[in-house]
Write a protein that binds this ligand. Structure first.
Ligand SMILES: Cc1cc2nc3c(=O)[nH]c(=O)nc-3n(C[C@H](O)[C@H](O)[C@H](O)COP(=O)(O)O)c2cc1C
Length: 204
């Protein structure tokens, strides 16, 4: 059975993004082996002075770390391994402040690791997760499909660029304007469900 890694950052009570993710899970839980990571309960470690230097020394400098040092990196390494071990990734998150919530960014900082999930070749950088596919489920309060906000949607370009950097082809289901068009939010979620079904049929 193919494996699916679910990354959920949906902490708000009655989260709309969670409704989309819950539908994905209901629709597919019999067809795939799911690993569920709740990024609103357990955040990856931020890259701070100690772990950043250990990571750089190990992954770029070829330094062999002691067991104690390795332990400092173990939480983020585990998240990276979950990515290496999966066939599919589903990331569910709202837009926060024109971008992704800090915890979601921290997940990318944890899993984008030189020599593990990407490498350098003579022709440039190569993602090492080329057999993996991703689906992003995102909502926002305002309509980021039109100006003045369209050009300041830093979330979608960040997510597509980051997954692409890892070699992961990605589909995006954005339901923008959940607050702006509150009266249409239920319909937007119903529309998302149809799009989720289409992606699911392709995947499984
Ligand atoms: C901390 C925070 C930051 C937000 N930033 C934005 C934003 O930059 N643009 C926007 O349109 N909506 C923003 N919103 C609104 C949410 O993106 C929107 O309500 C979303 O649908 C919430 O998803 P949820 O129902 O899954 O919690 C923000 C909400 C919060 C709580």
């Amino acid at each position: 059975m193919k494996k699916t890694l679910i990354l959920s950052y949906t902490p708000r009570d009655n989260s709309n993004t969670k409704k989309m993710l819950d539908f994905f899970i209901e629709n597919n839980q019999d067809k795939t082996e799911i690993t569920f990571v709740d990024l609103a309960e357990e955040a990856p470690d931020l890259l701070l002075k100690e772990n950043l230097n250990l990571y750089v020394n190990r992954n770029f400098g070829g330094v062999e770390l002691t067991n104690e040092q390795q332990k400092v990196l173990s939480k983020n390494d585990k998240m990276m391994q979950q990515l290496l071990d999966t066939d599919f990734v589903v990331l569910a998150s709202p837009m926060y402040n024109f971008s992704v919530p800090a915890t979601v960014k921290a997940w990318f900082d944890a899993v984008i690791q030189a020599g593990k999930t990407f490498t350098y070749t003579e022709t440039g950088i190569k993602g090492l997760c080329e057999n993996t596919k991703a689906l992003v489920l995102m909502t926002s309060g305002s309509d980021f499909g039109i100006e003045p906000y369209k050009s300041v949607n830093f979330a979608t370009p960040f997510l597509l660029t980051s997954f692409n950097f890892l070699g992961i082809s990605t589909e995006v289901i954005n339901k923008f304007g959940m607050v702006q068009y509150a009266d249409k939010s239920e319909q937007m979620i119903e529309d998302a469900k149809e799009e989720i079904k289409e992606v699911s049929n392709k995947w499984y």
